[in-house]
Design a protein around this ligand. Structure first.
Ligand code: PLP
Length: 339
């Protein structure tokens, strides 16, 4: 049995998802003539109380487009020090938009309105970069799947409005946050200027993200997506996988969350485990005692068919997902206890 707990991006389409893809109606989406893409974009926009959506090949491109939409070269965005847009998008913030980042020391990847308020440069002080955008992540990736309290978003939004800043949500794992918190997604549309969501993480589609905003902003995003090389043709085959994922794979994320918590409960009692970060969704981050080598541990697990990842600094990461089924879970729990 090969069990990959490295990421929730490793899932493969099921037969039913492939069938939905195979039967998709398609057209040239660069001419906005692909009915399946149009259906997906409208469906996601409606879910989040936004006017319009735009399909992207990756979450990175959707985030980078949002940053380009909201900033001019030389300006600055505010984000947590662990933000995906800063750490894992290849420096695109500066490459694509010529923007610098003011990084905040948040809690598990989450920042507060107070922190944001304290790091906005005075727009009259022209020596400093002009602050123009705040980016947050929900759930947080490097922060271990932590979920924001929605009230904090409302407070950050007030700070943004008072200072004429745009507010972007990197919602690569927003579905996990919605399932864990029971937040109403429609409320999100009221708070954020743009939201990016991924279909290829917990939802199990092979590819795809959607950027959401008002109609005028999405119209501008169309040009930026084209410039980034993200205009795609008969891409309804991929959008169909996204529609299938939205209709079938959201509620079941609760299983991923339960399994992550059960893994945490077992790890907690093992002598070689030093610390486990709080588990809110499908990501489990833990560290081992100093006399235990991460590499040796990972190799031992690998020999039993279980892959997990190292985050450096003695931290290890386990991510549960659609293709991590109950039989595998039982086996992993037993294997950990015997290790
Ligand atoms: C995965 C992820 C993205 C987008 O990644 P792609 O691989 O480009 O789709 C963006 N933000 C966060 C927090 C992520 O975890």
């Amino acid at each position: 049995m090969e069990i990959n707990l490295v990421s929730d991006t490793v899932t493969k389409p099921t037969q039913d998802m492939l069938r939905a893809m195979f039967h998709a109606q398609v057209g040239d989406d660069v001419y906005k003539q692909d009915p399946t893409v149009i259906e997906l974009e409208a469906k996601v926009a409606e879910m989040f109380g936004m006017e319009a959506g735009l399909f992207f090949p990756s979450g990175t491109m959707a985030n980078q487009t949002a940053i380009k939409l909201h900033t001019q070269p030389g300006e600055q965005l505010i984000a947590d020090k662990w933000a995906h847009v800063y750490n894992y998008e290849g420096g695109g913030v500066s490459f694509n938009s010529g923007v610098s980042c003011c990084l905040l020391n948040g809690n598990r990847g989450m920042i507060t309105a107070e922190q944001v308020s304290g790091s906005i440069n005075d727009p009259e002080f022209y020596h400093a970069p002009l602050t123009s955008l705040v980016c947050v992540e929900n759930t947080t990736n490097k922060g271990g799947g932590a979920c924001y309290d929605f009230e904090e978003f409302k407070k950050i939004k007030q700070v943004c409005d008072a200072n004429k800043l745009k507010f972007h949500l990197d919602g690569a794992r927003i579905w996990n946050a919605l399932v864990a918190t029971n937040d109403n997604p429609k409320e999100y549309g009221k708070v954020f200027d743009t939201i990016s969501v991924c279909l290829s993480k917990g939802l199990g589609a092979p590819i795809g993200s959607v950027l959401l905003s008002d109609k005028a902003t999405i119209h501008r995003a169309l040009r930026i997506r084209k410039i980034f090389g993200g205009g795609m043709r008969q891409v309804g085959y991929l959008a169909a996988a996204g529609i299938y994922a939205l209709e079938n794979n959201i509620e079941r994320l609760a299983d991923d969350h339960r399994r992550a918590k059960e893994l945490g409960a077992v790890l907690e009692n093992l002598s070689w485990v030093a610390k486990i970060e709080p588990i809110e969704t499908n990501i489990l981050i833990f560290s081992v005692q100093s006399h235990v080598s991460e590499a040796v541990l990972m190799e031992k697990l690998k020999q039993k068919g279980i892959s997990i990842s190292s985050m450096g600094h003695g931290k290890l990461r386990i991510v549960t997902h659609l293709d991590y089924r109950e039989v595998m879970h039982t086996y992993v729990l037993e294997t950990l206890l015997k290790l």
